[in-house]
Write a protein that binds this ligand. Structure first.
Ligand code: SF4
Length: 289
């Protein structure tokens, strides 16, 4: 007999879509939420942490706890020779001139993993206690109608089942932005690490022009990962944050050439990801490994 979910948990990235879900849980549009979980990579911009603080207050008003979980600090861990290798999807250029891209395991390690630990804890079956078949969390994920390609019927564990409330409501990202404007949350930004290689040029320009300290941070990081990060086996070639495979402070973030326009990944290059880094969908559009 299906008894329904044991708990309902929102995966809160604090970007546009998941903020809408949190606020809809608060105003009763989406009833039944038991908890929200924010996975902190340690390298989000200050605006995201401010947003999480503000959402925690709103959620607390209606008795929903917001849990902040973390596997470490992605930036510090990458640059720490004593830390095990952090796999960030850098753009690489091999010694023979060939281009590639690093494996993306950062989302899995810094977002999915701590969320799973917390969900088990909330279910009262912390690792390694087996979770009974009929005990599971309904995991609310903020994919909008324009992100249908990210949707999966199942997650990779039996104790979490996905639910996509924005799809049920037929809301696109633009609808979410309009909804937030009306609700007084129009400032909501994308959530992603300051130096994420999936930033498009528009996001890099936003950092450079409006957040010089974050830009300087990303430029410094870019310089320091040229051989793949402190704990990586040194690369044969070089790694970069910008897809042009040019040091970030020299990268052509203002200019998009004809050839670049013709690139199949134009949207990613110019505008970046629609809503930042979701634990449940790759920023480049594919599924998380
Ligand atoms: S925002 Fe980018 S760097 Fe950060 S976890 Fe997601 S994919 Fe990795």
């Amino acid at each position: 007999m299906n008894t329904g979910p044991t708990i309902r948990v929102l995966s809160l990235g604090a970007g546009v879509q998941s903020t809408v879900l949190a606020l809809m849980a608060c105003d009763g549009t989406l009833p039944g939420l038991d908890a929200a979980v924010f996975a902190d990579t340690g390298w989000e911009p200050p605006a995201v942490y401010e947003q999480v603080d503000r959402l925690a207050v709103e959620l607390a008003r209606v008795g929903i706890p917001l849990h902040r979980v973390s596997s470490g600090n992605l930036r510090a861990d990458t640059l720490n020779p004593a830390h095990r290798f952090v796999s960030v999807p850098y753009f690489t250029r091999n010694a023979d001139g060939g281009d590639g891209m690093g494996r993306r395991q950062c989302t899995s390690e810094y977002k999915l993993k701590p969320i799973k630990v917390k969900v088990r804890e909330l279910l009262r079956y912390p690792h390694p206690t087996p979770v009974p078949r009929d005990v599971y969390a309904e995991q609310w994920i903020g994919f909008s109608t324009d992100e249908i390609h990210r949707v999966r019927d199942r997650l990779d564990v039996n104790y979490s089942w996905p639910r996509y409330p924005l799809l049920e409501l037929g809301m696109s990202r633009k609808d979410c932005q309009r909804w937030l404007e009306r609700a007084g949350w129009g400032h909501t930004a994308k959530s992603a690490c300051i130096g994420c290689p999936f930033h498009g040029n528009a996001q890099w320009r936003e950092l450079r022009d409006n957040h010089p300290e974050q830009w300087a941070d990303a430029v410094d990081f870019d310089r320091r990962i040229r051989k793949g990060g402190a704990s990586a086996s040194p690369l044969d070639g070089e790694a970069f944050l910008h897809r042009s495979r040019v040091p970030l402070d020299l990268a052509p973030i203002d200019r998009v050439t004809r050839a670049e326009y013709a690139d199949m990944q134009l949207d990613l290059f110019e505008d970046g990801d629609p809503d930042g880094c979701s634990p449940y969908g790759c920023r480049s559009g594919g599924e998380v490994a």
